[in-house]
Design a protein around this ligand. Structure first.
Ligand SMILES: Nc1ncnc2c1ncn2[C@@H]1O[C@H](COP(=O)(O)OP(=O)(O)O)[C@@H](O)[C@H]1O
Ligand SMILES: [Mg+2]
Length: 241
């Protein structure tokens, strides 16, 4: 699904991430654990081409489903064709996935229209179905809500529904639970896990929270001093070692 090879990223000539390699297989949750400031968001931003002006990928390749997104020192046109489609992202700030001026229904309809011609009526039917899958008891009310009317946990669940509405196969999740209270965290994790198990959705999860990684990840890597160490087995033991 996703293959990252020998990726090195600098900000203003200071190396943040050094020669890291990992893969995320179809339908798998791969988690990168690391302390705050160690480069987790940098990695996700590099994958989606949003590293910013003062950041630079100085070596390595990134490919999705066998097609290069980044190679020979630059992004390929393929990135544009997958962004917001196969490749979706949710951030640690629950409301930043949404435009505050439009209802959830408007935004989901717009997202669905990127891939296919769809009538408002069909978009709503599909939206209701997806929101129900994220266990909203009143999807109709969520559909008609503005982002500020939803809690952080609800926003994150809607963001997952939105990714699915556009047939995402890889979700980049940057500390998706860190702004949520403990109850909403557990709920979000349970529901994301259910989606991953039932759909062909792979997740690249970055977090500083070992419990979150443990609950969700099939495999885990540790990011320390810009270097990534993989762990196949017990992540607690690997973290201690
Ligand atoms: N746009 C930027 N310009 C300069 N330095 C940055 C920029 N973004 C991040 N950094 C630096 O890169 C390092 C990694 O940041 P980040 O990827 O946000 O870490 P994490 O997500 O693990 O908390 C930090 O030292 C941070 O200060
Ligand atoms: Mg971060």
């Amino acid at each position: 699904m996703l293959e990252v090879r020998n990726l090195t990223i600098e900000y203003e000539n200071i190396t943040t991430v050094r020669d890291i390699s990992f893969t995320v297989d179809n339908g798998e949750v791969y988690s990168i654990i690391g302390k705050s400031g160690c480069g987790k968001s940098t990695i996700l931003n590099a994958i989606s081409g949003m590293i910013g002006r003062n950041g630079k990928i100085t070596s390595g390749t990134i490919s999705l489903s066998g097609n290069p997104i980044f190679e020979n020192g630059k992004y390929t046109p393929y990135l544009k064709t997958v962004l917001g489609r196969e490749l979706a992202a949710i951030s640690q700030h629950p409301d930043s996935s949404f435009d505050p001026l439009f209802t959830i229904g408007n935004q989901m309809t717009e997202v669905m229209s990127v891939n296919e011609r769809i009538s408002k009526r069909d978009a709503k039917i599909k939206g209701m179905e997806l929101l129900s899958r994220l266990h909203f008891s009143d999807p109709e009310r969520v559909w008609d809500s503005y982002p500020h009317e939803l809690s952080g946990g609800m926003c994150q669940r809607v963001a997952v529904a939105m990714a699915l509405s556009n047939k995402a196969t890889l979700l980049l999740a940057d500390e998706p639970t860190s702004a949520l209270d403990v109850t909403s965290q557990a709920e979000f994790i349970r529901q994301l896990k259910e989606i991953v198990e039932n759909d062909d959705l792979a997740v690249l999860l970055v977090t500083h929270n070992m419990a979150v990684a443990r609950a969700l990840a099939d495999r885990t890597g540790f990011l320390r001093n810009g270097e990534l160490t993989e762990s196949g087995g017990d992540i607690i033991a690997a973290a201690a070692g």
